[in-house]
Design a protein around this ligand. Structure first.
Ligand code: DX5
Ligand code: ZN
Length: 220
């Protein structure tokens, strides 16, 4: 079974974005963190910037929306060509309707859960999503420590996906390093976001491969 490593450009140099995208050419997808300073206490960029990233990126975009009112704003990211659009369960008014809309436009639909958000009520809705993002830090900032306590949510998701024969990607985001990636893989994750671990490395391309190798050796 294959694993995906999606570097987060949150830790890239924002004024040299095109060049920064070139440093992660071996990645599966590029993880794009949109923050609105309301849903999280930090601000990054919006659709205009993401549209330019989409235009110059050699790899498809995995957009992570940490914003209020995704019901209104998420479809725009699918329309500009993002490969996947993930919105937060805590912010969406109608997660199922929004996911259906994203799929209709042609994007993969993802739902994200903050560390304290239970997964239970989403298990019966898994068919509606292409990926579930289990946050392993409080969303808002790069460089925080991996929260081991959320692993049971991944295990439940993995077991449910297997039992029902679904093809839903299970993604972790936050504090993913060569040390922690195996723990997440062991718990069932198959898609790994890594920001500081990739961009703070002197050789981001080699770091992506190191993460992929570490994840693969723990993924069953
Ligand atoms: C945090 C973002 C992450 C962030 C991860 O709110 O959603 O994607 O870039 O950064 P690291 O890998 O440094 O924890
Ligand atoms: Zn993210």
């Amino acid at each position: 079974m294959s694993v995906r490593v999606n570097p987060s450009i949150l830790s890239a140099d924002f004024v040299n974005m095109e060049q920064e995208l070139g440093r992660i050419a071996g990645a599966d997808l590029v993880h794009v963190d949109v923050m609105d300073n309301h849903f999280v206490p930090n601000l990054t960029f919006g659709p205009q910037m993401v549209e330019r990233i989409q235009a110059v990126s050699p790899i498809p975009l995995d957009v992570h929306l940490m914003i209020d009112d995704p019901d209104r704003w998420a479809p725009g990211y699918a329309e500009l060509g993002a490969y996947s659009v993930t919105f937060h369960a805590e912010a969406a008014k109608d997660a199922v309707a929004l996911a259906r809309r994203l799929r209709e436009i042609g994007a993969r639909a993802g739902i994200a859960l903050k560390p304290a958000t239970p997964v239970d009520s989403y298990l019966e809705l898994l068919e509606e999503f292409d990926q579930v993002l289990v946050m392993t830090v409080e969303p808002g900032f790069g460089g925080q420590s991996f929260m081991h306590g959320v692993m049971p949510k991944l295990e439940i998701l993995r077991d449910t996906v297997r039992r029902r024969g679904l093809d839903v990607w299970l993604q972790v985001d936050g504090g993913v390093t060569e040390e922690t990636i195996g723990i997440a893989a062991e718990a069932g994750a198959n898609t790994f976001v890594a920001g500081s671990s990739v961009y703070n490395s002197p050789d981001p391309a080699a770091q992506i491969e190191a993460l992929r190798t570490a994840a693969s050796s723990h993924h069953h």
